[in-house]
Design a protein around this ligand. Sequence first.
Ligand code: NAD
Length: 480
Amino acid sequence: MRIANYIDGVFVEPQNGRYIDNIDPSTGKIYGEIPKSTEADVTHAVGSAKKAFPSWSQLSASKRSSYLLKLADELDEKLEYFAKAESKDNGKPLSLAKKVDIPRAIDNFRFFATAILHEKSEIHDMGISGFNYTLRRPLGVVACISPWNLPLYLFTWKIAPALAAGNTVVAKPSEITPATAFILSELIDKVGFPKGVINIIHGKGEDAGQPLVSHSDVSLISFTGGTTTGEKINRIAAANFKKISLELGGKNPNVIFSDCDFDKMIQTTVRSSFSNQGQICLCGSRILVESNLYTRFLKAFIQETKKLKIGPPMDPKSDLGSIVSKDHKEKILSYVELAKKEGGKVEFGGESITLEGEYSGGFYMSPTIISRLDMSCRTNQEEIFGPVVTVMPFSSENEAIQLANNSRYGLAATVWTNDLKKAHRIADNIAAGIIWINSWLVRDLRTPFGGVKESGVGREGGYESLRFFTEPKNVYVDLK
Ligand code: NAD
């Protein structure tokens, strides 16, 4: 697969003619090429988006909606094809891509295509003296930058509301997983979006992402990725007064009380720990268990984790596929070594796995459970972003809250208890943007999504996204 940039409605090579290898993580083999785009390509893309903005922003909401709905229908028809491409590019089980990633990308388009039809303006009436009305207008050219863990899911989470609100877009998917954004550009072309409304640039963060967020004609940045990258982008945005939303890393606590529904909790905790090889920003990586349940929990958790099958992503029997890259696998395994040095006990896993035959060069590892660490160690403070969890006991509600909040991150948390009042109390006291009580990863696209502390700035989702991708303008009319 030779990937091309999509600029001004045309598939183009990078101007420098250079490419990066695209690696299939399930085999470790090169299977394609990705443009190594630079500032010249970004300038071309931003210029085309700028040219397209006046007419796109002036189209009626229903016309913009119909383009997005057509794109959703096309994607729906090719769900299986996209799921296979996502699984090959990322290493995630095909079953997960089919059930979660691609359906959610379709939902993103449908949700924002229809949400825009129900938008209305606000009026603040001042009686007989006058009134205010508030217009919400698109900003212009916006930059959407997404990571590799949920490639099309997060790419569309940004471009769908940006386009629905009337902006034109330059989007950059992760260079580690560019395939589905590329094949989406083929569908965008087929649907016939006006030229320049959506431009997709491929390449590395420093070569293509940085010039994009720095470009003077880009007025808004929507970024999902690591906290260190987010900090860098935030500095650029601040110096240039750009509107910004940052969805960053996490180290989410999973707080388990002994009065929970044990079987449901165990099944869900296995998922919240190891789905997508633990490479979901919302995975619960610090498991806190009430001390009177600790031994029973650990035994059952290990027993259920042992049942997970690690295998080729395309095999329907695989629960875990491969880690996204060799570098990332090495980083995760280095944290297992660190945990041991810090006094942790590997209760299960912690190993690199080599499959047979054509998959022998793939990047596989076992799900890993570590105990006996306290909250201050690096293993518990730094984001690992892999199939590694730590398990710690707590003896009171207050201690659970303290441990949960002992982190520089604050993205999500999960609470397990059948005591309704306690559940609400804990939810209220944990510093995080998203809390699940007796569940995990239940997503309603209308709800605000994002984190606190170093997990991000701002919220996207539902009307939060439509507000973020528009600028309010208040107009006062004097009647006196
Ligand atoms: P990353 O920060 O390395 O890269 C994310 C994107 O930013 C990529 O497209 C990359 O090319 C681009 N980029 C890198 N440097 C850049 C720069 N200087 N300027 C502009 N763009 C640049 O993150 P990643 O490794 O792809 O993703 C994993 C991280 O994403 C984890 O920390 C995870 O927690 C986080 N994440 C957060 C959420 C959330 O909703 N909060 C969701 C998914 C992933």
